[in-house]
Design a protein around this ligand. Structure first.
Ligand code: NAG
Ligand code: NAG
Ligand code: NAG
Ligand code: NAG
Ligand code: NAG
Ligand code: NAG
Length: 583
């Protein structure tokens, strides 16, 4: 059913899908969708023949694993599509000129409804669908919606269907009177990600985040087609992760007795990620960033909380590092990994051992070393990392390290090791030049915590030196800056395949549950689009912020209606006409 009179006014929203698909055409036909729409999964196809009817209560958050993962992924996606379209949708008045009659008539006799959503999975899922290495899962999909009201999503994996359904939800708007409609039929989309690793790194040590808030973050990630949640789960300030074999870690090292993640919390998060095509990667940062171990196991840590001149021994208070030449530390790590890695493995191919910001001075106070000479420390670090990586490999996992292990410490790392860069574009180029797989996330672009000012307090004697108290990575990286970051900048085409993707980072010195959503969203959406769609458009030009801005504005409204407290992108004057605020 066409509403010729309103066509011109609807063009503002004509391509508001975030991240932008590789190929996308749409029309101007209005179709409604009812909550009784039939969803058919592989009707009679080789993968199985299950017919799902959308029902709000279809999928509880029951944590189970095993061979049913494909059907759990599909069921969860259908349930989420239902709640997103019918329960968490929005009236798009902010994206139409003021005083305009932008909504289609919702007179019953004029409404034409979508009749069915067919989900066709063309191949069986790989057995490691919930714990893939980069590139193991085909996330591509096609989506078609005919003017007659037939929707079809095809994909080679269940996760491809999840991505396609996520796009599908973005075609629909709530009507202010009643009902849900799209103005965009017919739609034809063919889409696949530019990078296989599209992550958010979340620090849950500097401040504690309840499981339900992490789950909300996971939902927001899934709406943006992120596929990796990197949980920076321990650091010097607190150790919230319960390790049953080493009970004092969390019982003494958490900020407060209740602020921990139990094994079942971890499993719940892993599963909640897995059913949405997100792999939860656990990082235990070491040997630096470990002072919180001291509270339970003081004999393992040197240079603990040196005051007041902590800055000589670490980047942040409290100072403290795992001793580097200690059999007690080796035994501790062996026990820690033996407990944790088997719990990581069902849901991840990776384990991240950190390795950033190791402070040499801290080893002058380490009685097993008593030196800050890199020539003395380097072989010990090599041994330390080799021991860890051997145990990780033996557990069937692939190690990830921060760039310093390769580029500052010059360690010899296995070819399998993924190197996470953060300090510069040069670090990415240096990593791939050595033949290693790299993750990007230059702190000058993709650190979401920057620009909030110092969290340190300054005595009168140092105050003037730090005035006006900006932080080290100030200013705040707005979405436009994040959007301008190209992971492949300066990378020779022959090495581009080694750039697996990257991560946006939310460090938590000044982030807690109160401001989490607005610290991350919608700015992380910019990283999500760069990672899914690439930093350049089909003609090889940098993507345009003028084109992206109204789409991001709409994505922000969708996030808010889905319960995510994302910051405002622009005032309504700008969004009511997509080009009035361009310069
Ligand atoms: C999850 O479902 C399984 C199988 O239906 C059941 O045995 C188990 O008790 C449920 N677990 C929870 C936590 O509800
Ligand atoms: C939107 O802006 C364009 C460019 O200035 C203008 O031609 C058009 O009339 C505006 N539309 C509305 C509805 O304000
Ligand atoms: C599925 O796999 C085939 C063969 O590799 C490929 O041509 C196609 O683009 C993939 N994606 C979809 C959605 O069919
Ligand atoms: C490391 O410890 C061993 C055993 O205690 C000791 O023999 C060796 O000298 C230490 N290495 C360094 C560099 O201090
Ligand atoms: C690593 O190599 C660089 C360049 O050769 C050198 O400057 C640095 O001191 C080395 N680091 C260590 C810990 O040996
Ligand atoms: C495109 O973006 C890159 C950064 O990725 C920048 O160096 C370059 O100047 C931009 N080109 C144009 C034409 O804006």
């Amino acid at each position: 059913m066409r509403y010729i009179g309103v066509l011109a006014l609807l063009t503002v929203l004509a391509s508001a899908i975030w991240p932008i698909p590789s190929s996308y055409t749409s029309g101007n036909t209005i179709l409604w969708i009812g909550s009784d729409v039939k969803v058919l999964y592989n009707g009679g196809n080789e993968v199985g023949s299950i017919t799902y009817q959308i029902e709000p209560q279809l999928c509880s958050n029951n944590v189970t694993t095993g061979s049913h993962i494909t059907s759990q992924i599909v069921q969860f996606a259908i349930q989420k599509t239902y709640s997103t379209i019918f329960e968490k949708n929005f009236v798009p008045w902010k994206f139409h000129p003021r005083n305009s009659a932008f909504e289609p008539s919702n007179e019953k006799e004029k409404q034409k409804f979508i009749t069915s959503i067919k989900l066709d999975q063309l191949a069986a899922d790989p057995p490691n669908i919930q714990r893939p290495l980069a590139g193991d899962v085909d996330e591509s999909y096609t989506l078609s919606l005919t003017e007659a009201g037939e929707a079809t999503i095809t994909a080679n994996s269940s996760i491809g269907l999840v991505r396609g359904l996520t796009t599908f939800t973005q075609l629909f708007f709530k009507h202010s009177k009643a009902g849900v409609y799209t103005t965009l039929a017919p739609v034809q989309i063919s889409d696949s990600p530019k990078f296989p690793h599209r992550g958010l790194n979340m620090d849950v040590s500097r401040n504690y985040f309840p499981v339900k808030d992490i789950k909300r973050t996971i939902d927001a990630m899934a709406y943006n087609k992120f596929n990796r949640l990197h949980l920076h789960v321990t650091d010097s300030q607190s150790w919230p992760l319960e390790i049953p074999a080493l009970p004092l870690l969390a019982s003494q090292g958490a900020y407060e007795a209740s602020l921990t993640y139990t094994p079942s919390d971890l499993k719940e998060l892993q599963f909640y990620c897995a059913v949405q095509g997100i792999e939860l990667i656990v990082e235990i940062d070491m040997p630096g960033h470990t002072a919180s171990i001291w509270f339970g196991y003081p004999e393992l840590i040197s240079a603990f909380n040196i005051q007041p001149n902590w800055a000589t021994y670490s980047a942040e208070p409290p100072s403290g590092t795992l001793k580097l030449n200690s059999t007690a530390v080796d035994h501790f790590l062996e026990t820690l990994f033996k407990d944790l890695l088997p719990r990581v493995k069902p849901y991840s191919a990776y384990f991240h051992t950190g390795g950033d910001e190791v402070n040499l001075n801290a080893y002058t106070l380490d009685e097993t070393v008593k030196s800050k000479d890199p020539a003395v420390l380097q072989p010990l670090m090599q041994k330390f990392v080799d021991r860890n990586h051997n145990q990780i490999r033996a557990a069937g996992l692939t190690p990830i390290v921060w760039e310093e292990m390769l580029l500052t410490w010059n360690l010899t790392l296995g070819n399998d090791v993924v190197v996470q860069t953060w300090m510069s574009d040069q670090a990415v180029a240096d990593t791939v030049a050595k033949g290693h797989k790299a993750l990007v996330g230059n702190y000058n672009y993709w650190y979401l915590d920057c620009g909030h000012g110092q969290w340190l307090d300054f005595y009168h004697s140092t105050s003037s030196q730090y005035y006006p108290y900006t932080d080290y990575c100030s200013p705040l990286h707005n979405w436009r800056l994040m959007y301008s970051y190209d992971p492949l900048q300066g990378i020779p085409p022959s090495q581009a395949h080694l750039v697996l993707g990257g991560e946006a980072h939310i460090w938590a010195e000044q982030t807690d549950v109160v401001n989490l959503d607005r610290m991350v969203w919608p700015r992380a959406c910019a990283a999500a689009e760069v990672l899914w769609s690439g930093a350049k458009d089909a003609e090889g030009k940098n993507r345009s912020q003028v084109e992206a801005s109204p789409r991001l504005g709409e994505m922000r409204e969708r996030l808010v209606s889905r319960g995510v407290g994302a910051e405002c992108v622009q005032m309504v004057f700008c969004t009511q006409n997509g080009t009035m605020c361009a310069l």
